[in-house]
Design a binder for this molecule. Structure first.
Ligand code: SIN
Ligand code: FE2
Length: 201
């Protein structure tokens, strides 16, 4: 494990995962998944996304950014449920709450290319990632593109914390093991990525 990367396999038991799924189904009815596209080219991501919390991460032809409202509905993102905040408080070792919870929905052959999370002002806070549903092959490298990478299988209920020297590491999802979990109705994987965006005063 690279320094600053903390892996909590099975952090959430199945009943907690099911409770989270119920919560997510409710909030996603209010903030439906949208289709992000790459800046400039407009090429669609293979994942669909939504967000919870005061700020949500979006990507469109104009670029990557955080914004307080859903790009399609124009409504504020739903509040971050206490059950999700509790996970951040348990593992982040950071004294302030997150402002953004990106919901990544992986269905079919969806994956995510190697990237850094660097649209935030506050890099002292870690990125906390929660996996639900089908397992995924997560890939992580160093802070320079093109370096050596390692693979880690993330399963439903696993929590991964990228902090300290691992905060700006390149990471992505190589592939999903379709049908490996029964948690998500209709199949697939949901990843929740919690982040602090602004630097606290
Ligand atoms: C991300 O880096 O935004 C998603 C990572 C994951 O799906 O586990
Ligand atoms: Fe990321």
């Amino acid at each position: 494990m690279p320094p600053g990367l903390h892996y909590y396999p099975g952090h959430l038991e199945r009943p907690q995962q099911e409770a989270l799924m119920l919560l997510l189904q409710k909030v996603l009815a209010d903030a439906p998944a949208f289709q992000p596209v790459m800046p400039r080219t407009g090429r669609p991501f293979s994942v669909r996304m939504s967000n919870l919390g005061p700020l949500g991460w979006v990507s469109d032809r104009a670029g990557y950014r955080y914004q307080p409202t859903h790009p399609d509905t124009g409504r504020p993102w739903p509040a971050l449920p206490d059950a999700i905040l509790a996970i951040w408080r348990a593992v982040s070792h950071y004294p302030h709450d997150p402002e953004a919870c990106l919901v990544n929905l992986y269905q079919g052959g969806a994956k995510m290319g190697l990237h850094q999370d660097r649209d935030e002002e506050e890099f002292a806070a870690p990125v906390v990632s929660i996996s639900l549903g089908d397992s995924a092959i997560f890939r992580i490298g160093g802070t320079e593109r093109g370096g050596r990478t390692e693979a880690l299988k993330l399963s439903s209920g696993d929590v991964l914390v990228m902090g300290g020297p691992a905060r700006l590491t390149f990471h992505g999802i190589d592939r999903i093991h379709q049908g490996s979990s029964t948690l998500v109705p209709g199949g697939g994987r949901i990843n929740l990525t919690l982040r602090r965006v602004t630097r606290p005063a």
